[in-house]
Design a binder for this molecule. Structure first.
Ligand code: ATP
Ligand code: MG
Length: 154
């Protein structure tokens, strides 16, 4: 379905342009550390959505003067995309459930932040479409990193 070849670093720039206003409001810096010439063949809209949902969380669950950094590179026939924030973190007991539809860690802290709890379920769905995998590393009070690996020939 509409596979196109695109440059990952340029795509992350496009996503950052869309998010820069909400990032500025919270004084969060957005860093694009994607390596040069990481070319992917995939559906552009889906991949943008995947990156956007992860960056949106990285901003939303961050602290003032924090940052969201995206890295991307090739490894063993896969494209690796890391989205890392300096935010509030996710308690480990919740990690197994965050990809479920409508699941939100703590109604209290996410109340008033908008959102429905669908972002990560969509991310997971897109990762599955491409036979990829997703992992989470998180430390409460320090930050969270989502690592997506998608099989993708150079
Ligand atoms: P939506 O994405 O639909 O706007 P949402 O952000 O609440 O709503 P998800 O993106 O699916 O939903 O995330 C599920 C829950 O996981 C969030 O409510 C939040 O509690 C937690 N979470 C997700 N990403 C992060 C992150 N980077 N840091 C801390 N908590 C996170
Ligand atoms: Mg979200």
């Amino acid at each position: 379905t509409n596979l196109e070849i695109f440059d990952l670093k340029s795509m992350v720039d496009d996503v950052f342009k869309v998010m820069q206003n909400i990032a500025k409001e919270k004084k969060i810096s957005l860093n694009n550390n994607v390596r040069d010439e990481v070319l992917m063949k995939a559906n552009i809209n889906r991949m943008k959505q995947l990156i956007m949902n992860l960056v949106d969380n990285g901003i939303k669950y961050n602290v003032q003067n924090g940052s969201v950094s995206v890295d991307g590179y090739r490894e063993d026939g896969k494209v690796v995309i890391s989205v890392k924030d300096t935010g509030i973190g996710i308690p480990s007991a919740h990690i197994p459930r965050i990809f479920e539809r409508f699941y939100r860690v703590d109604k209290g802290r996410s109340r008033g932040m908008g959102g429905t709890g669908l972002g990560l379920s969509i991310v997971k769905h897109i990762v599955n479409l491409y036979n990829g995998e997703i992992k989470v590393n998180s430390v409460v009070g320090e930050g969270t990193e989502f690592i997506v690996k998608i099989p993708c020939q150079p």
